[in-house]
Design a protein around this ligand. Structure first.
Ligand code: FUL
Length: 459
């Protein structure tokens, strides 16, 4: 196939303006330092553990007592090493789920681990184990609390802030605070004091990103490990609205299965058509949260549902490799360990992730492209069997690429299109299986000059 590469962003830009005041408005939206840090460490794990682990449920009933928490020990270092083997760089622990039971020795409630037979503070054990093995530590604190009598009154906002203060001051640096939008449909009407929570987090943990019901990280919109074809990070500021997130979140214990399916509502969040209609924009990248098993909490009936390493790797490619971060849930058992099946899957996943960049053929750092470089062509030293291409935009200069094609040059000298894409963003991983002597990246549409931080090809 002979290909004419002259049709690219420097020539007609697919008919879109390359630079005007609108384009300048879009590319003026850039990530905060915290968001850049998050993009550089895009894979981390959730640990769902707590009252529901003891009672083998997904959601509590609100009537549990401390006696129901019958778990006596945990092996936090084992949790951390299992997670670490997958290549994940952090853990977010469900310090309090909707049932209201706190995994730390809180001064502000009796419904916590200090009044059980468990010896110790679980948040401390897990955060210490993370520090020891070099993982980041983050907290999930459910705003909806079906146990606490103060819920529904102003006193609950004070209670919630006291809980946050404990979590944000006693356990070292926190990399992410995860606020769930889920709330039972029968819960009393109640307005959370989000601004007060956010102010407190910014003050006590300035390096933490606030996710989901928060301004820094967007929920991808399902719990099945799927992302959109074009996962934009520059989106209308209205998407940070917590009410909207809560409406789309789980409202019933049995609703989890439907959230695992992909819903295409709001498929387009950030094309020019959408942005042009929205005067206020923000940098709000997507996080894919998904469980390694059917449920979020451990249940021995679900040992057979542990996802295969192949399936997990596919999720990795369509999240981390598609301008999202990945939050993979690993639920420890009621014996306080991560089950061997999950441990094995995580280890294999780690191997597969390492295989992406293990054997580089060539790696380049093109930087800002100019009008002279309408496309990027690279010749290899002989015939190579490519398995992956990894492309990264410099997101500190916003998100610019809107359409691109990747061609390989076959040993007979002809070109073959191996991928046509839209968004690149912080990372695009393109799997392939092809013998070639070179590659050509043609960016056909961009918001001003593309800024390509790196492009690498791997065998
Ligand atoms: C949902 C919750 O209701 C689930 O139990 C789980 O914690 C998941 C991550 O978020 O909204």
């Amino acid at each position: 196939m002979s290909v004419d590469f002259t049709k690219n962003w420097t020539t007609d830009n697919n008919g879109f303006p390359l630079l005007d005041s609108e384009v300048e408005r879009y590319i003026s939206v850039v990530p905060s330092e915290n968001q850049v840090r998050n993009a550089k460490k895009p894979f981390y794990c959730f640990i769902h553990f707590g009252m529901n682990t003891a009672t083998a449920r997904e959601w509590g009933k609100g009537t549990e007592t401390v006696k129901d928490f019958t778990i006596k020990t945990i092996d936090a270092p084992q949790w951390v090493s299992a997670v670490k083997a997958s290549g994940a760089t952090g853990i977010i622990l469900t310090c309090k789920h909707h049932d209201g039971f706190c995994l730390w020795e809180s001064e502000y409630t009796d419904f916590c681990v200090k009044n059980t037979d468990f010896q110790g503070d679980i948040v401390k054990m897990v955060s210490d184990a993370c520090r020891k093995q070099g993982l980041d530590f983050g907290v999930y604190l459910s705003p909806w609390d079906m146990h606490d009598k103060r819920y529904g009154t102003d006193a609950y906002n004070d209670y919630f802030c006291n809980q946050l203060t404990e979590l944000l001051t006693n356990y070292g640096e926190i990399f992410e605070v995860w606020f769930d939008g889920a709330k039972g449909s029968n819960a009393v009407e109640f307005e959370y004091d989000w601004d007060r929570y956010y102010e407190m987090i910014r003050r006590l943990q300035p390096k933490a990103n606030i996710a989901i019901c928060g301004p820094d990280i967007r929920w991808v919109g399902n719990e099945g490990g799927k992302s959109r074809k074009s996962e934009y990070s520059v989106v209308p500021a209205s998407l940070c609205d917590t009410e909207k997130t809560m409406k789309e979140s789980q409202q019933d214990e049995s609703q989890a299965a439907s959230l695992q399916k992909y819903s295409s509502t709001d498929e387009d969040l950030g094309s020019r058509t959408i942005l042009s209609k929205n005067p206020k924009l923000c940098w709000y990248p997507a996080e894919v949260d998904v469980s390694i098993r059917k449920g979020w909490f451990y249940s021995k009936n679900e040992n057979i549902t542990v996802k295969s390493p192949k399936k997990l790797f596919k999720i990795y490619l369509t999240s981390v490799g598609n301008n999202c971060t990945l939050l993979l849930n690993i639920p420890p058992t009621d014996k306080g360990v991560i089950h061997n099946k999950d441990v094995k899957a995580l280890k294999k996943l780690g191997k597969m992730i390492r295989s992406v960049t293990e054997k580089p053929v060539a790696e380049y750092r093109p930087g800002e492209l100019t009008k002279d470089s309408g496309y990027l062509e690279y010749q290899f030293n002989g015939v190579k069997r490519l398995k992956f291409a990894v492309i990264e935009e410099d997101i500190t200069r916003s998100q610019r690429v809107e359409a691109f094609d990747l061609y390989v040059k076959k040993p007979d000298g002809s070109y073959k299109n191996v991928y046509s894409g839209t968004v690149i963003g912080s990372k695009k991983i393109i799997p392939m299986h092809v013998k070639c002597t070179g590659v050509c990246l043609v960016i056909s549409q961009s918001r001003s000059n593309p800024v390509i931080q790196s492009i690498g090809f791997y065998e």
